[in-house]
Design a protein around this ligand. Structure first.
Ligand code: TLP
Length: 343
């Protein structure tokens, strides 16, 4: 058996999703006439406490249309140093949206209010937007608290800036904190969350915000080629995701934590337990003399696929396809790796 932990994007639709796809009522969404998409958008907006929602094919497109809808070309946008938008969305914020990114470092994803204030006061370009990310992918799935988000939001409001949340894994964060998503999203003007990750829908994300904002986002979505016509067959899975798949994310978070603690107890391979706050575990090969590529290769040779995080780490993401047997196999692989490389 190969345990594939490269991402939670690898999850397959559930049987209930497949049935919902077959039964979905559809219409032309570019005319606003797909009843299933309209239902998902309304449901998503209610879930995050916003006026309206927009179904988009991917999280990347959701972040992009949100940024375009909040800004004008030439504006500066503030992002945390390790933001997914900056590192993994192929520079679209600059090449497509015409925005100038300004990166602020932080320990685990929460931009410090003082650093934000300083960045804005030194800025000559118009600075109209701050983006947050929760959970924070490149910091290892760390969770920003409502208080941390509120602090950013307060500075942003004082400086006339909007706040967008890249909440690709918003529900992992909410479940980890034991709060409703609105406790987090009330501090942002817009939010994008993915139904295609741990929530297991095959495709899709939803952007939520005010009606005006969503109106602008809808035309940017069309401009980017995201008007998908009878995509209710896909949105149907998003509805199942929101109704049935949110609470079980606690299981993924819990298994990731247990796996990390076991790896830490074994010694050898490194793991920073303080960063294991949701469904990700980043293991470090440096104590065994392995770089990221070598560690990924050695884990794969032992039946565990992970994603290389240079210089010396591999990200393991727990999803619903990982039960006790799969996690057990990962533990065995790590034991074997420790035996082979510990000097
Ligand atoms: N993340 C993917 C890869 O791109 C790294 C993953 O496997 O984690 N925001 C965040 C925080 C994300 O983690 C991702 C996807 C996105 C946005 C983009 O979503 P998609 O892939 O739907 O464009």
């Amino acid at each position: 058996m190969v345990v594939d932990m490269r991402s939670d994007t690898l999850t397959h639709p559930t049987d209930e999703m497949r049935r919902a796809m077959a039964a979905a009522d559809v219409g032309d969404d570019v005319y606003g006439e797909d009843p299933t998409i309209n239902r998902l958008e309304a449901m998503a907006a209610a879930r995050v406490g916003k006026e309206a929602g927009l179904y988009v094919p991917t999280g990347s497109m959701g972040n992009l249309v949100a940024m375009m809808s909040h800004t004008q070309r030439g504006d500066q946008v503030i992002l945390e140093y390790e933001a997914h938008i900056y590192h993994h969305e192929v520079g679209a914020l600059s090449s497509v949206a015409g925005l100038l990114p300004r990166l602020i470092p932080s320990d685990y994803g929460a931009i410090a209010p003082a650093a934000l204030r300083a960045a804005v006061s030194q800025a000559y370009p118009r600075t109209s937007l701050v983006c947050l990310e929760n959970t924070h992918n490149r910091h290892g799935g760390t969770v920003l608290t409502a208080a941390e988000m509120a602090a950013v939001s307060e500075v942003a409001a004082g400086a006339g800036m909007k706040v967008h949340l890249d909440g690709a894994r918003l529900f992992n964060a909410a479940v980890a904190l034991g709060v409703e998503p609105t406790v987090l999203t009330r501090h942002v003007d817009s939010v994008m969350f993915c139904v295609s990750k741990g929530l297991s829908a095959p495709v899709g994300s939803v952007v939520c915000g005010t009606k005006d904002f969503i109106g602008r986002a809808r035309s940017f979505r069309k401009a980017l080629g995201g008007g998908m016509r009878q995509a209710g067959v896909l949105a149907a899975c998003g509805i199942v995701a929101l109704e049935k798949m949110v609470d079980r994310l606690a299981e993924d978070n819990m298994r990731a934590r247990r796996l990390a603690e076991t790896i830490a107890d074994l010694g050898g391979l490194g793991v920073d337990l303080s960063r294991v706050q949701s469904n990700m575990v980043v293991v470090n090969g440096a104590p065994l003399g392995l770089d990221a590529a070598a560690l990924a290769r050695e884990l794969a040779a032992r039946g565990v696929k992970g994603g290389g995080r240079p210089p010396s780490s591999v990200r393991l993401v727990v999803n619903r396809h990982h039960g006790d047997a799969e996690i057990g196999q990962v533990v065995e692989a790590v034991k074997d790796l420790n035996r082979a490389f510990r000097s």
